[in-house]
Ligand binder design. Structure first.
Ligand SMILES: [Zn+2]
Length: 232
């Protein structure tokens, strides 16, 4: 999937899924708050995000308008097996909610539908009045609700069928769920060094190690998942 034209078309399909499935399914909340959503793609960019209304209106983005953007380079990374495997480690859907049985093997189609739901969750969380939620518990709860309501299943099916019309295969490979995926960014953890125990927070889940930030320290540790213990 090195073909730029294909990646651009695919980003457009993601944008369609966002405005024609997600925004339609959640039209009442959007209307009730008189919000407007613009979904766009950006060719050659990584940045994929939800942007809440900005104070300063510009011609492109009038105030009170929410934007969801899909960067084509981000979309392209879902076709690199190694990168996809790293990406999905941050997905709470897989680790905490255990939604995968609903979706089947973790292919590009499935992971891309998770991306759509992720950005849309930011949008809905903001509409609910949580303007500084980030990836906090309210955001997570919203995301889980979307998965439970089968929004992701619908989006994945839409992506597959639209892509197949362009002869793009979104199920060409699947990534295994890595062992390290039982940890996620933000988890509180404990591990034992040479002589003492440490407590800290997971900063990043890598392929073979977990990057941890010890409490009250300004260094980082790279700990094998087998030596790490999650604490509540
Ligand atoms: Zn996010």
């Amino acid at each position: 999937m090195a073909n730029n034209a294909d990646v651009t078309k695919l980003a457009q399909i993601l944008a369609c899924a966002t405005s024609e499935i997600m925004a339609v399914r959640h039209a009442s909340s959007i209307r009730r708050l008189r919000a407007e959503l613009k979904v766009r793609i950006r060719v050659g960019a990584w940045a994929t995000y939800h942007l809440p209304p900005q104070k300063k209106a510009t011609k492109k983005d009038p105030a009170k308008l929410h934007v969801i953007q899909f960067g084509t380079r981000c979309v392209e990374s879902f076709f690199d097996k190694d990168r996809l495997q790293e990406t999905v480690q941050d997905y709470p859907e897989i680790r905490i909610y255990g939604v995968l049985p609903k979706y089947g093997p973790l292919t590009s189609a499935v992971a891309l539908s998770f991306l759509v739901l992720h950005e849309f969750s930011h949008f809905l969380t903001y509409l609910d009045g949580h303007h500084r939620e980030g990836h906090g518990p309210i955001f997570q709860k919203k995301l889980q609700t979307l998965h439970e309501a089968d929004d992701g299943v619908l989006v994945a099916a839409f992506l597959r069928s639209e892509a197949s019309r362009l002869e793009i295969n979104l199920d060409g490979f699947f990534v295994p769920i890595p062992k390290a995926a039982k940890f996620a960014k933000g988890d509180r953890v404990k591990w034992t060094g040479k002589n003492e125990s440490f407590f800290g927070v997971v900063l990043r889940v890598n392929k073979k190690s977990i990057t941890v930030h010890p409490d009250d320290a300004n260094w980082r540790a790279y700990v094998p998942p087998s030596q790490l213990q999650r604490i509540e």
